[in-house]
Design a protein. Structure first.
Length: 259
């Protein structure tokens, strides 16, 4: 018997019902794509060729629900993004996985290129004057902040995170995987501690569904989405059944003799 003679099988793959065996097989493909997207992000061009990006892949109903609820919590902290964040929380629930990419250097090790990308003087003083420093090093042990992202950040390092995210999205396009970076996911993920060593985080939702869940969004999407529609349909279908008190064997209409 050959070494691989027993390597055979049959796999059924389908997106419905959610988290059924056939759907989990589909999601496994999404995870493979997510890992390849992370590989693409890690090989993106970085200033100085220094490793500065970390990644986490988050998936599963409990993990995605926690992330979605954090986004909904943030939605009510700013009227400007309330509707957008509530809609994007639904997208998180409908995703197969969420990729987080974080920059490890942006808040501690500036590029020191005097580029002025941060909007300050082209000598990096804007960055260092607003940091606790000693011996020419930035002390980051005080992590208190009145804002969702503690700044200032080195804009060159943040741009490198953009290159990483762009590389990941390019890989998604090559793999024909639907993917979308979302600021709500980025902020909520950082608040929940994903890529916890990073100073700024980018979140990307991915899915391999028949319908891209990140576009063609209805108004009031937090109320009118596929999950809500299915739940309401179940209610509308089941409730009338409980009202009927007749014995099904007696009330089914009979064909007349003429028929």
């Amino acid at each position: 018997m050959g070494k691989h003679d027993d390597f055979r099988g049959r796999e059924h793959i389908h997106e419905y019902p959610p988290y059924s065996p056939q759907d989990l097989r589909r999601r496994e493909g999404s995870l493979l794509a997510a890992r390849l997207m992370v590989n693409a992000a890690l090989t993106a061009p970085f200033a100085g060729g220094v490793c500065q990006v970390e990644a986490e892949i988050v998936y599963g109903p409990d993990e995605q629900e926690e992330l979605a609820r954090k986004i909904e919590e943030l939605a009510y902290t700013n009227r400007a993004w309330e509707e957008m964040f509530k809609y994007e929380a639904v997208m998180v629930r409908e995703s197969d996985a969420v990729i987080f990419l974080g920059n490890l250097l942006a808040g501690e090790f500036a590029l020191d290129a005097g580029c002025g990308m941060c909007g300050g003087r082209p000598d990096c003083s804007y960055f260092y004057e607003k940091k606790n420093t000693k011996y020419g090093l930035v002390d980051v042990t005080d992590r208190r902040s009145d804002t969702l992202i503690k700044g200032p950040l080195c804009s060159a390092r943040v741009s490198d995170l953009g290159f990483a995210a762009g590389s990941a999205l390019w890989m998604a396009s090559q793999l024909l995987v639907d993917a979308r970076p979302l600021i709500s996911v980025s902020l909520a993920g950082q608040q929940l501690g994903y890529c916890r060593r990073s100073f700024v985080v980018a979140g990307i939702c991915i899915a391999t569904l028949a319908k891209n869940p990140f576009v063609d969004i209805n108004p009031d999407y937090h109320l009118i989405n596929m999950t809500k529609v299915l739940e309401n349909t179940r209610k509308q279908y089941v409730t009338p059944r409980t009202v009927t008190t007749f014995d099904y064997r007696k009330w089914i209409p009979r064909k007349s003799e003429e028929e």
